[in-house]
Design a protein around this ligand. Sequence first.
Ligand code: UD2
Length: 301
Amino acid sequence: MRYIVTGGAGFIGSHIAEALFAEHEVIIIDDLSAGHRQNLDGIPCEFVEGSVTDLDLLQEAFKGADGVFHQAAIASVPRSVEEPLTTHAANLTGTLNVLIAARDCGLKKVVMASTAAIYGEDPALPKTEEMPPHLCSPYAAQKLAGEHYASVFTRLYGLSTVCLRYFNVFGPRQDPSSQYSGVISIFADRILQGQPITIFGDGGQTRDFVFVKDVVQANLMAMESGAGGVFNIARGEQTDLNTLAATMMRATGEEVEVRYGPVRAGDVRHSLADVTKAKEVLGWEARWGIEEGLRETMAWA
Ligand code: UD2
């Protein structure tokens, strides 16, 4: 098969490319705004430098492809608040372009990255795909609108689409360099440098962390499945930040100071996915335990 990975030089996209290349032809489309060429070291693939906002580029690159894993996005809630128009272009116009190019080039399937941000601050847990959206950021609005476009393209043109609502994904190659990077990548970086870590709030907040290799598997199974629609991608387990910090230190044998700072504005207190639908329809469930995934992440960091 010939597969496109948009955002393929990024964190999740590069892991998808890595899982595909042994058996398939892989074409990466990435504008390198967040991704890095070195994420693709040792991964044979065709590399097209460009943005999903460029429809002509997509129409050309998608010719002869079988499916697309659409991972390209500006995946930042705070950035979307500061720059709604820029993030709209990447996250929504980009997604619409991918759908149009996929339709025009006769691709069999579009698997796209969506987000748990769609569930917002609604305290009801666990989150099921049927819950009404609770949008608190332009990012959430852009991703939900992308899901709606996907379903409309299925209805109108018969294009098969799957939207995967990622919860808190972690693993090697997640960039720790911004204050809004994933908490695990930040903690890994600091613990390995012997630097203190800061927990925002009392550390009792929870997240549903899922290892990137499980997310890759979800993408592959979604591509192969005859099913369409929206699926939560998570472990279906809550881990609080205090436990996370302790587990990460245990994984490395490094003890660092844990500081506590003010609660981050806009943070949700708890997050937990209901993952029944992915299991029943796609046959997917997370296999990597948190500790196992953390060990791989810390070994890379
Ligand atoms: C995740 C997604 C985001 C969006 C959102 C939807 C990631 C990286 N981000 O944001 O894109 O989908 O979910 O709800 O997956 N924290 C600390 N110390 C630090 C950094 C973070 O205590 O140095 C805390 C932070 O306050 C939060 C938790 O760790 O309570 C997780 O933060 P995050 O930025 O990794 O992810 P989250 O859930 O805010």
